[in-house]
Design a binder for this molecule. Structure first.
Ligand code: PMV
Length: 333
């Protein structure tokens, strides 16, 4: 997590002239949807694709002003109290135990919105971090994550918590949602060999709550069938965990493809996603699947330095509106 604050006189001035923080986008490598029902999932932060927030002191009496040029929006928090980001500012300041000061908050992001790359969680995380820094506090990742989760829960229904967790911790994680009385299981994972990924965007925006709501209704109507699908996803996620730790990239590809098949059976894929997945595989990617809630948004392909360029070209030719290459470095938790 990148943070900094600038003071006009480091010895005495508080609050600072400005504070900045950023937070990464994310990809769910495997396990989306089943994770809502208690199965494990693995998520990766994307260090090169980020949301940024800058806060400067506002003129006296100006209140909290927010400006999001990428969204084409500027508003005063008190004039739009029900806006999710207005609420998050209030909740964070309450958590920090300070009265709302006069602030000018600028939010920018290179993460596609409603595309399965955690844009909302990244903006919210960067906002909470910057507010804390501006007020002279340092919040641990679990507190940042909890504030962002409360905001997502209010506006997105029943999020598992994986998005806010991977973005706030900013490291590859194994995540299991536990019941309300128990903390979620969050474990950094080991990645033996770097992962060379290519992300393809269908350009179709789909709110997370829509496929999540459909899956819930299907699960309620046919619990045995859906529990079986979720359990199969959980088994795959365990196998992916082992393949990451041992660097078995070919096995990883097979498992990623199997997860895509299960997501199709769960009902959250789409013809556009499957078209991009097929194009990536035909260009040599050993594995490709949708990532996130589905019906639109992004897919990703596992590649290697030899076929990465060919996969990127294939995705562009197949109609991806945006194609990104990113590398997840090897980690030892
Ligand atoms: O589309 P995203 O990036 O918000 O991912 C949603 C992931 C789901 O598993 C479908 C829902 C959740 O809350 O975990």
């Amino acid at each position: 997590m990148m943070m900094d604050a600038q003071y006009d006189d480091a010895a005495s001035a508080f609050p600072p002239l400005s504070a900045r923080a950023s937070a990464p986008g994310k990809l769910i490598l495997c396990g989306e949807h089943a994770v809502v029902y208690g199965q494990p999932a693995i998520a990766l932060p994307l260090p090169d694709i980020r949301a940024h927030v800058e806060i400067t002191a506002g003129s006296p009496g100006s209140g909290v002003r927010l400006n999001a040029p990428d969204l084409g929006r500027a508003w005063i928090a008190d004039a739009h109290p029900d806006d999710p980001l207005s609420e998050l500012v209030r909740a964070t300041l309450r958590h920090l135990g300070v009265d709302p000061p006069d602030l000018h908050i600028t939010l920018t992001s290179t993460i596609p919105i409603a595309g399965g790359m955690g844009s909302g969680a990244a903006i919210a995380t960067a906002l909470v971090r910057t507010l804390a820094t501006f007020m002279g506090h340092t919040l641990p990742p679990e507190q940042v994550s909890a504030l962002v989760y409360a905001s997502e829960e209010r506006f997105h229904g029943t999020p598992s918590g994986i998005d806010n967790t991977v973005v706030a911790y900013d490291q590859p994680i194994w995540f299991e949602r536990r019941g309300p009385a128990h903390p979620n299981l969050i474990t950094p994972i080991s990645i033996a060999e770097p992962l060379t990924l290519v992300v393809g965007d269908t350009g179709i925006r789909s709110a997370t709550r829509l496929p999540v709501g459909m899956v819930r209704r299907q699960w309620q109507a046919n619990p045995t069938h859906y529990e079986q699908l979720f359990a199969q996803v959980g088994t795959l996620v365990q196998q992916v965990h082992t393949a990451l730790a041992t660097g078995e990239q070919a096995t990883l590809g097979v498992l990623i493809n199997a997860n895509q098949t299960l997501l199709e059976q769960i009902g959250v894929s789409s013809s556009e996603l499957e078209h991009l997945v097929a194009a990536a595989r035909a260009a040599g990617a050993p594995g490709a699947k949708l990532s996130g809630a589905g019906w639109g948004g992004v897919m990703f392909a596992l590649t290697n330095p030899d076929n990465q360029a060919a996969v990127m070209t294939a995705l562009t030719r197949a109609g991806a509106t945006r194609v990104l290459a990113t590398t997840i470095h090897a980690t030892q938790p």
